[in-house]
Ligand binder design. Structure first.
Ligand code: FAD
Length: 436
């Protein structure tokens, strides 16, 4: 159930079985969405991934026909607009040093980067049932930076757009462990970022295309009835506007827990109240389409200090004369009133606010915009708030009877690697169950 990356990965690893993937949306991919403007593909949701160092992961991408080497992003990967000036390569020691910060702040961050490099040796949060340095999950990233590291609030504000975009909330509202884990990957000398023109939608499409029968889009799971031998499902088909029943030997629920808790009956075995502890961010992505002439300072361009958006990607990165260009603007919604505000604000109003904010930083851009494509994600990403990872890891069974949970939210971390690992684990559990 659910054709996001976790559900598609699970189905891919069970291809030798009779697998049916049902997806509520009209297209597979979940938050990995592709947009298109005059034939130009751009990321309309999840955009980039880490080039896998592990040969098994590399082989997996190759098996899916994904040209990993071509996807490697050119340097500088990241640039930060801070107090009106661009700072390319901001997530490196040399790039960070150029920021207009007091020297004690820069020295403190250099020490932190060294610590992150040391932690990188043994921190493996994704796929693991336990936490390294659990004490860091009890506090927020802002608390860690300012109180424990003695760094000034400017440093926190520099990491704020990154946190809002990648972790669904600002540094004061995300766990220090989760924040540092993500920043570790950004500052790492080992890891490299890779991206396809249409973002991670390419990966979702490769997985979806490998499935037969194809993903049934517009089919929403309404309820589940597990028994000893099978699971009965009630599904709504939005195309024919009819409900139908279906029976499965095993069900993998690869949807977020905000939705899973509504379809799981109490006898399924989980304490449904536990799923109330899962908090989600919401997100607007605005694709500004036209003849955008703005220079792309990095692949990922971060903007500090603007509540309207956090970062943007330009496709293509280097403009070609006379060809269309898209500026994908990421606008995470202020956490915690996020979803209500998103529903209240008409899309046109939201698009206008983003356009005005972009034009304030980059005058003249609004004039070059011909179309705005707006994407709204109500439950975009799991938010690893302080204490959540400790409550989660090893404490929620992935399987009860014939129902298996997947989805990146079960790792507590919003990234594609978490979704893929969840899908792989779910497929493994299903295979054991079906063999038995
Ligand atoms: C705007 C944005 C940008 C991001 N950028 C990045 C990035 O650059 N790099 C990165 O690593 N991560 C990024 N992420 C996070 C990452 O992409 C996600 O964590 C991951 O793709 C989630 O996959 P998933 O399968 O766990 O969940 P989802 O993608 O949410 O998939 C769940 C699917 O279940 C379906 N569903 C829900 N309920 C039902 C039902 N009742 N019946 C049938 N189907 C149902 C949904 O429609 C959805 O398709 C981003 C996230 C967002 C929102």
């Amino acid at each position: 159930m659910g054709a996001g990356l976790s559900g598609l990965t699970a189905a891919y690893h069970l291809k030798e079985r009779q697998v049916l993937v049902l997806e509520a949306n009209s297209v597979p991919g979940g938050v990995c969405r592709q947009g298109s403007f005059r034939g130009l593909a751009y990321p309309a949701g999840s955009a980039y991934f880490y080039y896998p160092g592990d040969p098994a992961w590399q082989a997996w991408y190759r098996e899916l026909g994904l040209p990993l080497a071509d996807a490697l992003v050119d340097e500088p990967v990241s640039a930060l607009l801070y107090e009106g000036r661009w700072y390319p390569d901001c997530f490196s020691q040399s790039g960070f040093r150029k920021l207009p910060l007091p020297s004690h702040a820069k020295d403190g961050v250099m020490k932190l980067i060294d610590r992150l490099a040391a932690w990188e040796e043994d921190w493996d949060l994704i796929g693991s049932d336990s936490l390294p340095n659990p004490e860091l999950d009890a506090i927020s990233l802002a608390h860690f930076l300012e109180r424990e590291q003695g760094l000034p609030p400017q440093v926190t504000s520099i990491f704020a757009p990154y946190c809002r975009s990648c972790l669904g909330a600002g540094p004061e509202a995300v766990s220090a462990l989760a924040g540092l884990f993500f920043l570790m990957a950004e500052f790492s000398k080992e890891s490299r970022i890779a991206a396809f023109p249409e973002g991670n939608a390419r990966l979702a499409q490769a997985l979806a295309q490998s499935l037969s029968p194809p993903v049934c889009c517009g089919h929403t799971l309404v309820s589940l009835e597990p028994s000893l031998e099978s699971v009965d499902l009630l599904v709504w088909d939005s195309l024919s506007e009819r409900g139908y029943r279906i029976q499965a030997g095993v069900v993998i629920l690869a949807q977020g827990k905000f939705s899973a808790r509504h379809v799981l009956p109490s006898q399924a075995g989980w304490d449904i109240d536990v799923f109330q502890r899962f908090r989600y961010s919401s997100y607007v992505v605005a694709a500004l389409c036209g003849s955008i002439s703005l220079e792309s300072r990095g692949y990922e361009n971060w903007v500090a200090g603007d509540e309207n958006f956090s970062d943007f990607i330009l496709s293509p990165r280097i403009p070609k004369a006379g060809e269309p260009r898209v500026m994908t603007v990421f606008a995470p919604q202020p956490y915690a009133q996020n979803r209500a505000a998103l529903l209240r604000t008409p899309p046109e109003e939201k698009a206008k606010a983003i356009l005005i904010a972009v034009d304030r930083h980059f005058p003249g851009t609004a004039r070059e915009v011909e179309e705005i494509h707006l994407y709204r994600f109500g439950h975009a990403q799991i938010v690893p708030y302080p204490g959540f990872l400790s409550a989660l890891k090893g404490n929620i069974d992935q399987r009860q009877g014939r129902i298996i949970l997947a989805n990146s939210d079960l790792e507590g971390l919003p990234c594609i690697e978490a979704a893929i690992v969840q899908g792989q684990k779910a497929a493994h559990q299903a295979r054991i169950l079906l063999m038995g």
